[in-house]
Design a protein around this ligand. Structure first.
Ligand code: SF4
Ligand code: SF4
Ligand code: SF4
Length: 256
């Protein structure tokens, strides 16, 4: 347990003991406090978590507006009743950290950590080039952290789409629309986790619109429900089935 958490727990136990009119903390007080902590951890478990980054609150880097997709995903996850599946594995021991985790980031900066969640959804935008409109200001190359913009004699030549992470930063600074961001879409990562055997999520698909993301998440959740053993995380299910097979099943819509 990190120092600041230990400190907070100790302080809380001391406060409770003082409120009871005593000055000395006993082993029984600590045990009682531990029981209450565990009780709190079990409350509010709904079988899944759905998080987002701070894009909605006006982050200038956001390349998608994900409010609509979030409510659709919330509905889907609620309907999937992951809680029942997890309860059959964990019973009364089910805790917040056992839940199926989905997160959405509104740009490739990925502040909500999609790489370590069961499903990570990342907003992206493809930038198109019109070299004729370039005035040679150099702003795009200066802002691109991937060195993906090619300028020659201060003129736009193109974008190396192999290095480009589709963040749209170059288009935001281009004064002439020689670089222009598209409508925005999503890529979906699966199988990230921490714990005893941490692993980063793998990219399942990219260039998806909102409908395709919702359909894909539905397939992934169904496959998870059909194959998870003893509260396995999605990453473990994926490893057991094998990446190629897993990928083929969810992309073809066959989750059995
Ligand atoms: S992921 Fe991107 S849009 Fe979301 S808070 Fe981070 S920088 Fe902003
Ligand atoms: S979209 Fe982002 S990564 Fe791609 S070229 Fe523009 S600034 Fe670079
Ligand atoms: S920001 Fe636009 S105008 Fe300036 S060099 Fe890049 S493409 Fe050309």
């Amino acid at each position: 347990m990190p120092f600041f958490v230990r400190h907070r727990v100790r302080k809380k136990v001391e406060e409770d003991v003082a409120a009871a009119g005593r000055r000395r903390v006993t082993v029984a007080d600590l045990e009682e406090s531990k029981k209450r902590q565990l009780q709190r951890l079990s409350e509010g478990v709904k079988g899944y978590t759905l998080e987002t980054c701070f894009g909605e609150s006006g982050c200038q880097n956001a390349v998608v507006i994900s409010a609509a997709i979030v409510s659709r995903l919330e509905e889907l996850l609620e309907r999937a009743d992951l809680l029942s599946i997890l309860r059959t594995h964990w019973g009364e021991k089910l805790k917040l950290h056992h839940q199926f985790r989905v997160t959405l980031a509104d740009c490739p900066n990925s502040c909500s950590q999609p790489q370590i969640k069961d499903i990570g959804i990342i907003g992206e935008t493809e930038v198109t080039c019109d070299p004729e409109a370039c005035t040679g200001c150099g702003e795009c190359a200066a802002v691109c952290e991937e060195s993906a913009v090619t300028l020659e004699d201060d003129r736009l030549m193109g974008i190396d789409y192999g290095s480009c992470v589709r963040c749209g930063a170059c288009a935001r600074v281009c004064p002439t629309e020689a670089l222009k961001a598209g409508r925005g879409g999503y890529r979906v990562l699966v199988g990230g986790k921490l714990g005893r055997h941490p692993q980063l999520a793998r990219e399942l698909a990219g260039g998806l619109d909102a409908d395709q993301v919702v359909a894909l998440v539905s397939q992934i959740v169904e496959l998870y429900k059909a194959h998870a053993r003893k509260g396995e995380r999605l990453g473990a299910v994926m490893n057991r089935i094998g990446w190629d097979d897993f990928r083929a099943r969810v992309l073809s819509g066959s989750s059995s």
